[in-house]
Design a protein around this ligand. Structure first.
Ligand SMILES: [Fe+2]
Ligand SMILES: [Fe+2]
Length: 152
């Protein structure tokens, strides 16, 4: 059984971004499969693929955020940079001597992927779908409403 299952609640109603998120899910699942099947030599390769695809995904997402005028674009880019630093750190610690267990890495990956999508990526969903009102769906206390810039 897959470690991570896609669910509609992860959807941003954007075919390209959803497709990229689903590929990230599959890469995390591939990493877990390699653990389950006792194929440690595969782990580094899968983690490298996951990092490479994450770099592409973040660049794509950031370009979309800027184009859509999302006011939290700079903060979102910083979150992406922090996540990549963490994953690259895990990758190098795995390489240097296996101080980090593969299970702890897969749990970290699954957690960052799902919580980043649900908490951070969801915040720009309304900007990708101009028919929806960003003020209604935005979590309380976060960014100000772009429809009323005088309240910033
Ligand atoms: Fe994303
Ligand atoms: Fe993101």
């Amino acid at each position: 059984m897959a470690f991570l299952s896609w669910h509609e609640r992860f959807s941003l109603d954007d075919a390209e971004i959803d497709g990229q998120h689903r590929i990230l899910f599959e890469l995390v699942n591939g990493f877990d499969d390699a653990i389950q099947m006792g194929m440690p030599e595969e782990l580094s390769r899968i983690l490298d693929d996951l990092i490479a695809f994450t770099v592409e995904h973040f660049a794509y997402e950031e370009a979309r955020l800027k184009a859509a005028g999302f006011p939290g674009a700079a903060e979102h880019e910083q979150l992406h940079r922090d996540l990549l630093l963490q994953v690259r750190d895990l990758r190098s610690r795995m390489k240097v001597g296996g101080h980090v267990s593969a299970k702890s890495i897969v749990r970290f990956l699954a957690d960052w992927l799902t919580s980043h999508i649900m908490r951070e990526d969801m915040a720009f969903k309304p900007y990708l779908n101009p028919g929806t009102d960003p003020c209604v769906v935005r979590p309380a206390g976060s960014l100000s409403c772009p429809a009323s810039p005088s309240h910033r």
